[in-house]
Design a protein. Structure first.
Ligand code: SF4
Length: 223
């Protein structure tokens, strides 16, 4: 197992180095850096969000803003840490002004995501919001329709359980959506075969409830 983990670690590092210089789409011209992904190279659980935002672009790490803090708290709530999972996005470079990724950008970048899945070989892929859900399910149904319902798909040549849930950024602004996200999160241990989730403790509110100027505008595609 240690050998498998070391091999996955090396493959992921090597692939990350390769992607760091990627110029396959126009986002290369406006990014500060590629935000490849972070976490365990042998994670059973992988989260796929939409695109890096302002803070991610500056830090080179996915989900470091307010939405990232909420994601960490939700993970803690089910007894997991960020180091035990893998977190990345459908596109690895920040769209200017946090606009939605364009179809050609999603298409250019999907190779990187599929290669990550192939190396990590997760058992469960939780898609955060519309873009990741539609891309990885290959179906047009939006997140509002399909959240909380697992689907069996083949990704990276292997059967994988896909689990669409709301994007944490959407839940920051809508208490009802936060409640749904918490409920959907509580099913993750069961889907991983870890048994029922610990008794839920509502995450503390993640300040600020209003986005910092740098994080605006909110991407409507998250809903
Ligand atoms: Fe390459 Fe993806 Fe960045 Fe486009 S978004 S330049 S495809 S890494």
């Amino acid at each position: 197992m240690a050998v498998v983990a070391a091999a996955a670690d090396l493959s992921l590092l090597a692939y990350g180095d390769q992607v760091a210089g990627c110029t396959r789409c126009a986002l290369a011209e406006t990014r500060t850096q590629v935000v490849f992904g972070a976490g365990s190279p042998t994670a059973e659980l992988m989260f796929v969000g939409e695109a890096p935002g302002f803070h991610e672009d500056k830090n080179g790490i996915p989900f470091v803003g307010a939405a990232g803090k909420l994601l960490s708290k939700l993970l803690e709530g089910i007894g997991l840490s960020r180091d035990e999972v893998y977190i990345c996005n459908t596109v690895k470079c920040r769209p200017p002004g946090n606009r939605n990724p364009l179809p050609e950008e999603l298409e250019a970048c999907e190779t990187h995501l599929f290669r990550q899945i192939e190396i990590i070989q997760p058992r469960l892929v939780a898609t955060l919001g519309n873009f990741a859900t539609k891309l990885l399910s290959g179906k047009p149904a939006g997140i509002t329709q399909v959240h909380g319902r697992e689907q069996q798909v083949v990704l990276g040549g292997r059967p994988v359980t896909l689990y669409p849930i709301f994007h944490p950024a959407a839940a920051l602004y809508t208490p009802r959506m936060l409640q749904v996200l918490e409920e959907d999160f509580r099913r993750i241990p069961e889907l991983l075969g870890l048994g029922p989730a610990p008794v839920a403790v509502a995450p503390e509110p993640v300040a600020p409830l209003h986005a910092a100027p740098s994080e605006q505008p909110l991407q409507l595609g998250l809903f």
